[in-house]
Design a protein around this ligand. Structure first.
Ligand SMILES: C[S@@+](CC[C@H](N)C(=O)[O-])C[C@H]1O[C@@H](n2cnc3c(N)ncnc32)[C@H](O)[C@@H]1O
Length: 199
């Protein structure tokens, strides 16, 4: 990949970081999504890492879904404005502002990077408490998976992964691969834990 050909240096680096996590997970996994599938990324913020998902999965359709897509940055632009730029670079890619709990389409791969697992983290992020609903969020992730499809989750640290595993277990999802990224390309508050799940 040469993300820096289309993206600025900071954003290109972010995409390498995400691609590196996916690469490490793939090395641990005997299953991987087929190319040309439908990928849904839940909670994608401005979808600044759409290029990494496109590079890793080569999907026919790539959808970024974000609850707070209208949130405005200091520069006056909204997340959805940035998302229009990022998704506009990749054919078959779209961005939708909405709640996964209302989402009805299915995807061959549902991905979710750093979901809110603990209320204090969601509050620190600026999400209202009413929007922190893991008892609805994780079942919604599970029900968006098409038959035979996969769910990819990346958590911040083992405690968040453990709690996520508990909720996904309740949805009868089975973990097929997991990797702890001890040395990500950029430092994070806790080592990313990437996991792949199937029904
Ligand atoms: C910690 S952020 C992670 C953002 C992004 N995935 C990343 O890797 O930078 C979690 C995101 O999930 C979004 N979110 C939370 N609940 C959601 C829901 N029910 N449906 C869609 N997005 C949601 C939040 O608005 C936030 O942008």
């Amino acid at each position: 990949m040469a993300f820096e050909k289309q993206l600025n240096a900071d954003n290109a680096l972010e995409n390498y970081v995400y691609l590196d996590v996916l690469h490490r997970l793939r090395e641990q996994s005997s299953r991987w999504p087929a190319v040309q599938g439908r990928v849904l990324d839940v909670g994608c913020k401005s979808f600044y890492y759409a290029a990494a998902l496109a590079a890793a999965f080569k999907p026919a359709q790539l959808m970024g879904l974000e609850l707070e897509g209208h949130r405005r940055y200091r520069d006056g632009h909204r997340r959805s404005d940035y998302a229009a730029f990022y998704s506009g670079q990749i054919s078959g890619t779209r961005y939708h502002v909405g709640d996964v709990c209302d989402w009805r389409d299915k995807a061959d791969l549902v991905s979710c990077w750093y979901p809110f697992v603990f209320a204090e983290v969601a509050l620190a992020w600026g999400l209202p408490l009413s929007a922190f609903a893991p008892q609805r969020f994780f079942p919604a992730l599970a029900s968006a998976i098409a038959p035979g499809g996969l769910l990819l989750v990346v958590n911040q640290g083992l405690a968040e992964w453990q709690q996520t595993a508990h909720w996904l277990g309740e949805q009868r999802l089975r973990s097929v691969a997991r990797v702890v990224v001890d040395m990500p390309l950029l430092p994070r508050p806790a080592p990313p834990v990437a996991s792949l799940w199937q029904a």
